[in-house]
Design a protein around this ligand. Structure first.
Ligand code: MN
Length: 208
């Protein structure tokens, strides 16, 4: 059994139209995400072989491949669940309170996140993450899948801005794609991730 497996989409391929069209979703999920799953499993297999053979000549490239592909798998798994055909609107509950406290309101968060996503140089994604050191949500912008992503932060909301995420439909208009992304955000999912991350205490601080 491989360690990582491609999750099913939680809706049909065409369910997010008109924000994201069917063909993008088919290729993105079945080909791109599958590629990251396969790449992450392959990297783990190679590391096992290297431990067995003692030949570590390729260690640098294999570790790079593991970080890239596993981060891609994580980001896409969150990204699919972050969206829903009945999504959009504004969050409520504790997530809305967190946006008020840490971003000056939902619009402040939305602007921060949109600018991060639109401004990624090359391929990457806008990311709302829960920082376990400060115990609060912050906005990051990943390059590729893993670079410029804070260590020890749990992804809550991902907007993939690789060209494969929008180019078939939006061509070079990444900004329009990001603006329409908000119409399909599943705030219930984001809030559940926020609540779970708060409970995790993934990086306990050992104060003396
Ligand atoms: Mn992608």
């Amino acid at each position: 059994m491989p360690t990582y497996e491609l999750p099913e989409l939680p809706y049909d391929y065409d369910a997010l139209e008109p924000a994201i069209d069917q063909r993008i979703m088919e290729l993105h999920h079945d080909k791109h995400h599958q590629g990251y799953v396969d790449g992450a499993n392959s990297a783990l297999d190679k590391l096992e072989e290297m431990r067995g053979s003692g030949d570590w000549a390729d260690v640098r490239s294999v570790k790079r491949s593991l970080a890239f592909n596993l981060s891609g798998h994580v980001n896409h798994t969150v990204f699919w669940e972050n969206m829903h055909p009945d999504g959009g609107g504004e969050p409520g509950g504790d997530l809305a309170d967190a946006f008020d406290e840490h971003f000056g309101g939902f619009e402040g968060f939305k602007e921060d996140f949109s600018q991060a996503a639109k401004g990624v140089e090359g391929s990457g994604g806008g990311m709302l993450v829960y920082d376990h050191i400060a115990d609060k949500p912050i906005v990051a912008a990943a390059e590729n899948h893993q670079n410029q992503h804070p260590q020890g932060a749990t992804p809550l909301l991902v907007c993939d801005v690789w060209e494969h995420a929008y180019y078939l439909q939006y061509e070079n208009n990444r900004g329009e794609y990001v603006d329409n992304f908000w119409d399909v955000v599943n705030w219930d999912d984001v809030e559940q991730r926020y609540m779970a991350a708060q409970q995790a205490d993934a990086i306990p601080q050992m104060t003396q």
